[in-house]
Design a protein around this ligand. Structure first.
Ligand SMILES: [Zn+2]
Length: 173
Protein backbone atom coordinates (compact mmCIF):
# COMPACT_ATOMS: atom_id res chain seq x y z
CA UNK A 1 0.00 0.00 0.00
CA UNK A 2 1.32 3.40 -0.90
CA UNK A 3 0.13 6.59 0.71
CA UNK A 4 1.80 9.16 -1.48
CA UNK A 5 0.61 11.63 -2.48
CA UNK A 6 -1.33 11.98 0.74
CA UNK A 7 -2.90 15.34 0.15
CA UNK A 8 -6.53 14.31 0.48
CA UNK A 9 -7.38 14.55 4.21
CA UNK A 10 -10.16 11.94 4.01
CA UNK A 11 -7.94 9.55 2.13
CA UNK A 12 -5.11 10.07 4.59
CA UNK A 13 -7.40 9.44 7.53
CA UNK A 14 -8.81 6.29 5.94
CA UNK A 15 -5.26 5.15 5.22
CA UNK A 16 -4.33 5.67 8.86
CA UNK A 17 -7.33 3.59 9.99
CA UNK A 18 -6.42 0.87 7.51
CA UNK A 19 -2.95 0.69 9.04
CA UNK A 20 -4.31 0.68 12.58
CA UNK A 21 -6.72 -2.14 11.79
CA UNK A 22 -3.70 -4.37 11.32
CA UNK A 23 -2.16 -3.64 14.72
CA UNK A 24 -2.82 -6.52 17.07
CA UNK A 25 -2.77 -7.02 20.80
CA UNK A 26 0.75 -8.22 21.67
CA UNK A 27 -0.64 -10.72 24.16
CA UNK A 28 -3.58 -11.97 22.11
CA UNK A 29 -2.42 -11.71 18.49
CA UNK A 30 -5.84 -12.66 17.07
CA UNK A 31 -7.29 -9.42 18.43
CA UNK A 32 -6.75 -6.14 16.62
CA UNK A 33 -6.78 -2.82 18.41
CA UNK A 34 -10.04 -2.16 16.60
CA UNK A 35 -11.55 -5.37 18.05
CA UNK A 36 -10.44 -4.25 21.50
CA UNK A 37 -11.98 -0.82 20.99
CA UNK A 38 -8.91 0.97 22.36
CA UNK A 39 -8.53 3.42 19.46
CA UNK A 40 -10.60 6.48 20.36
CA UNK A 41 -9.71 8.89 17.58
CA UNK A 42 -7.45 9.39 14.62
CA UNK A 43 -6.64 12.91 13.43
CA UNK A 44 -4.58 13.42 10.32
CA UNK A 45 -2.83 16.48 8.93
CA UNK A 46 -2.46 15.44 5.32
CA UNK A 47 -0.27 18.39 4.33
CA UNK A 48 2.22 17.74 7.12
CA UNK A 49 1.91 13.95 6.81
CA UNK A 50 1.17 13.89 10.52
CA UNK A 51 -1.08 11.56 12.45
CA UNK A 52 -2.41 11.92 15.96
CA UNK A 53 -3.85 8.77 17.47
CA UNK A 54 -5.80 8.74 20.71
CA UNK A 55 -5.97 5.46 22.57
CA UNK A 56 -7.51 4.32 25.81
CA UNK A 57 -5.61 1.45 27.41
CA UNK A 58 -7.57 -1.62 28.40
CA UNK A 59 -6.28 -0.91 31.87
CA UNK A 60 -3.62 1.50 32.99
CA UNK A 61 -1.28 -1.16 34.31
CA UNK A 62 -1.41 -3.29 31.19
CA UNK A 63 2.20 -3.86 30.12
CA UNK A 64 1.03 -4.59 26.58
CA UNK A 65 -0.05 -1.00 26.06
CA UNK A 66 3.47 0.28 25.63
CA UNK A 67 4.07 -2.31 22.93
CA UNK A 68 0.83 -1.22 21.24
CA UNK A 69 1.97 2.41 21.27
CA UNK A 70 5.29 1.49 19.68
CA UNK A 71 3.47 -0.67 17.10
CA UNK A 72 1.06 2.12 16.19
CA UNK A 73 3.88 4.63 15.76
CA UNK A 74 6.02 2.19 13.80
CA UNK A 75 3.25 1.10 11.41
CA UNK A 76 2.14 4.64 10.63
CA UNK A 77 5.70 5.85 10.07
CA UNK A 78 6.32 2.95 7.72
CA UNK A 79 3.06 3.74 5.91
CA UNK A 80 4.38 7.18 5.04
CA UNK A 81 3.41 9.44 7.91
CA UNK A 82 6.28 11.66 8.98
CA UNK A 83 5.07 12.61 12.43
CA UNK A 84 3.06 10.29 14.63
CA UNK A 85 1.78 11.19 18.05
CA UNK A 86 0.09 8.65 20.26
CA UNK A 87 -1.94 10.16 23.06
CA UNK A 88 -3.26 8.08 25.92
CA UNK A 89 -6.59 9.12 27.35
CA UNK A 90 -7.69 7.42 30.55
CA UNK A 91 -11.16 8.92 30.82
CA UNK A 92 -13.69 7.58 30.12
CA UNK A 93 -12.04 4.34 31.18
CA UNK A 94 -12.05 1.37 28.81
CA UNK A 95 -14.53 -1.31 29.76
CA UNK A 96 -14.88 -4.83 28.43
CA UNK A 97 -18.11 -3.67 26.76
CA UNK A 98 -15.96 -1.86 24.20
CA UNK A 99 -14.71 -5.19 22.93
CA UNK A 100 -16.40 -5.77 19.58
CA UNK A 101 -18.61 -8.76 18.77
CA UNK A 102 -15.96 -9.89 16.27
CA UNK A 103 -13.38 -9.60 19.03
CA UNK A 104 -15.48 -11.80 21.32
CA UNK A 105 -15.80 -14.47 18.65
CA UNK A 106 -12.07 -14.39 17.94
CA UNK A 107 -11.34 -14.85 21.65
CA UNK A 108 -13.63 -17.88 21.85
CA UNK A 109 -12.01 -19.39 18.74
CA UNK A 110 -8.64 -18.77 20.35
CA UNK A 111 -9.73 -20.73 23.43
CA UNK A 112 -10.12 -17.72 25.71
CA UNK A 113 -13.46 -16.96 27.34
CA UNK A 114 -14.50 -13.41 26.39
CA UNK A 115 -15.48 -11.06 29.21
CA UNK A 116 -19.04 -11.36 30.42
CA UNK A 117 -21.25 -8.56 29.15
CA UNK A 118 -22.03 -5.72 31.51
CA UNK A 119 -19.05 -6.44 33.74
CA UNK A 120 -18.03 -2.82 33.33
CA UNK A 121 -14.54 -2.29 34.66
CA UNK A 122 -14.41 -5.81 35.99
CA UNK A 123 -14.22 -4.60 39.58
CA UNK A 124 -17.12 -6.89 40.42
CA UNK A 125 -14.76 -9.81 39.81
CA UNK A 126 -12.26 -8.44 42.27
CA UNK A 127 -14.98 -7.95 44.86
CA UNK A 128 -15.81 -11.59 44.79
CA UNK A 129 -18.90 -11.48 42.59
CA UNK A 130 -17.75 -13.95 39.99
CA UNK A 131 -19.25 -13.40 36.55
CA UNK A 132 -20.82 -16.26 34.63
CA UNK A 133 -17.97 -17.39 32.40
CA UNK A 134 -18.81 -19.86 29.66
CA UNK A 135 -16.19 -22.48 28.75
CA UNK A 136 -14.74 -21.67 25.30
CA UNK A 137 -14.30 -25.42 24.71
CA UNK A 138 -17.76 -26.84 25.39
CA UNK A 139 -19.88 -23.77 26.21
CA UNK A 140 -20.75 -24.97 29.70
CA UNK A 141 -21.36 -22.23 32.25
CA UNK A 142 -20.35 -24.56 35.05
CA UNK A 143 -16.89 -23.10 35.48
CA UNK A 144 -14.87 -21.83 38.37
CA UNK A 145 -11.89 -19.49 38.78
CA UNK A 146 -8.66 -21.21 39.77
CA UNK A 147 -6.39 -18.22 39.85
CA UNK A 148 -6.84 -14.47 39.58
CA UNK A 149 -3.86 -14.48 37.25
CA UNK A 150 -3.63 -16.56 34.09
CA UNK A 151 -0.80 -16.63 31.58
CA UNK A 152 -0.73 -12.82 31.61
CA UNK A 153 -2.05 -10.10 33.90
CA UNK A 154 -5.00 -9.59 31.55
CA UNK A 155 -6.30 -13.11 32.00
CA UNK A 156 -7.59 -15.18 34.87
CA UNK A 157 -7.30 -18.95 34.94
CA UNK A 158 -10.56 -20.90 35.03
CA UNK A 159 -11.50 -24.54 34.91
CA UNK A 160 -14.57 -26.05 33.33
CA UNK A 161 -16.47 -28.48 35.55
CA UNK A 162 -18.02 -30.21 32.52
CA UNK A 163 -15.05 -30.96 30.28
CA UNK A 164 -12.47 -30.37 33.03
CA UNK A 165 -10.36 -28.23 30.71
CA UNK A 166 -8.57 -25.23 32.17
CA UNK A 167 -8.88 -22.03 30.14
CA UNK A 168 -8.03 -18.34 30.23
CA UNK A 169 -10.70 -15.75 30.90
CA UNK A 170 -10.05 -12.31 29.42
CA UNK A 171 -10.52 -9.95 32.33
CA UNK A 172 -8.47 -6.96 31.31
CA UNK A 173 -9.49 -4.16 33.65
ZN1 LIG B 1 -15.85 -27.11 29.02
Amino acid sequence: MTLTPMTDPDLAERAAWAVLRDVTDPEIPVLTLEDLGVIRAVAVDAQAHAAHVTITPTYSGCPAMQTMEIDIRDRLLRAGFKTVEVETVLSPAWTTDWLSETGREKLRDYGIAPPARGQGTGKAVLMGHDPVVACPQCGSEDTKPISEFGSTACKALYRCNSCLEPFDYFKCI
